[in-house]
Design a protein around this ligand. Structure first.
Ligand SMILES: *[C@@H]1O[C@H](CO)[C@@H](O)[C@H](O)[C@H]1NC(C)=O
Length: 387
């Protein structure tokens, strides 16, 4: 009994650590005004009535970064500075280009976990657990592989393929911060101690059948690189369905190392005319980039405005969907389309509006729906019969 109480205390500590990421949004969005003289945590908000689709948009992630430098690496960030709509949403994205033999040297992100997928080439990646273990957990990744770097831990990537390599990373903060270890340790002015690392997750091994927020932790001595790894995001999903869309999730269920880290990834394939229908993620903001084709995307602000903010995206464009808001994507290009989305939760949840409203079991009372949608109950019955 005493050990179970201790366990719960430890789990509570872990939960509070896991929640120590960006603060939750307090409104639909808070588009950054970068040059305001008012100092807040992040940026002050643009007048919501002046907000437009371009505030949630960034273009050019299809452009190769310039790796002509000593390390042979180039990081193209899509943070709040580049995409003002990310302000308060707790998520961001970056493209990383590697020349042959290029190295993204050991660094930490003090405010973010990072989930990374390889678009091209082969990378060796790894991170080091915190004191006292300092274990290196590493793995070689190929196209379509996914790896997660826990918040605050020292990590690196290097190109071990024959040509150049490209990775797409998402981070669980609008402003993850970067501390390059070599620079911070040997180049700081004045010198500061180097032992500022996030605390390790520690838990009793006696953890059977206890419900926690997320999943219980594997014994950290048994943890291996494959726990932080997922393979197959280069494989097109099967879009042969009524909507012409396929979502391939990389959530904590598929990648156990995501547990407590507040981030996840998904590949979305669209057939020609394919639609990812209006849905919400109750627990996550979403940042999406187009790898192939053209998508029309949009989201609707909450009551009373219910404004639709939409935009057509092409390859390399980035768009952000604020937490909990109804949003959709549809293929408006000529062929198939592919997008990569990252979400600010290990388990974002999906509520597809049509299914939730018209397909619930048991059904919502039809007079409630008839009033809500201001149509005849026969219309509701006819729609419900399709679910
Ligand atoms: C990036 O994609 C845009 C369309 O979104 C296209 O106009 C541009 O040529 C592309 N650039 C590269 C380098 O592929």
């Amino acid at each position: 009994m005493a050990s179970q109480v201790l366990l719960l205390v430890l789990l509570a500590i872990i939960c509070s650590v896991a929640l120590a990421s960006d603060p939750s949004p307090l409104q639909d969005f808070c588009v950054a005004v970068p040059n305001s003289p008012v100092l807040v945590n992040g940026f002050v908000c643009k007048d919501p009535n002046l907000v437009e689709a371009n505030d949630f948009f960034f273009s050019g992630l299809n452009i190769t970064g310039n790796t002509a430098n000593g390390l042979g690496v180039a990081v193209t960030p899509v943070f709040t500075t580049q995409l003002p709509g990310l302000n308060t949403l707790g998520i961001a994205m970056a493209r990383i280009d590697f020349a042959p033999l290029g190295v993204n040297p050991p660094h930490t992100h003090p405010r973010a976990s990072e989930i990374l997928t390889v678009l091209k080439g082969s990378l060796e990646v790894g991170f080091v657990t915190s004191n006292p273990g300092n274990r290196l957990i590493k793995k070689v990744l190929h196209t379509g592989d996914v790896f997660v770097f826990p918040q605050g831990l020292v990590h690196f990537q290097r190109n071990v393929g024959h040509g150049s390599a490209v990775a797409l990373a998402s981070l669980s903060s609008q402003n993850p911060g970067v501390i390059t270890i070599a620079n911070a340790v040997f180049g700081s002015k004045p010198a500061i101690p180097s032992d500022v690392l996030a605390k390790a997750f520690q838990v009793d091994e006696n953890v059977v059948a206890i419900l926690v927020n997320g999943f219980v932790c594997k014994d950290r001595n048994l943890v291996e690189a494959n726990d932080f790894f997922f393979s197959g995001l280069n494989i097109a999903g099967n879009t042969a369905n009524g909507l012409g869309v396929a979502v391939t999730p990389v959530f904590a269920t598929q990648l156990p190392g995501l547990n407590t880290l507040g981030i996840a990834m998904a590949r979305i394939d669209f057939a020609p005319l394919g639609v990812n229908p209006p849905h919400t993620h109750p627990r996550a903001s979403e940042i999406l980039t187009v790898l192939k084709g053209s998508l029309e995307v949009g989201f609707v602000t909450s009551n009373p405005g219910n404004r639709l903010i939409k935009k057509v995206l092409h390859t390399g464009d980035v768009f952000v969907f604020p937490q909990g808001l109804v949003h959709f994507q549809r293929n408006v290009g000529h062929g198939s389309a592919v997008a990569l989305a990252s979400l600010s939760s290990q388990n974002p949840g999906v509520i597809t509006i049509a299914n939730a409203v018209f397909g619930s079991k048991p059904a919502m009372p039809s007079d409630v729906l008839a009033k809500a949608f201001q149509v005849d109950e026969n219309v509701i019955a006819s729609i419900e019969s399709k679910f």
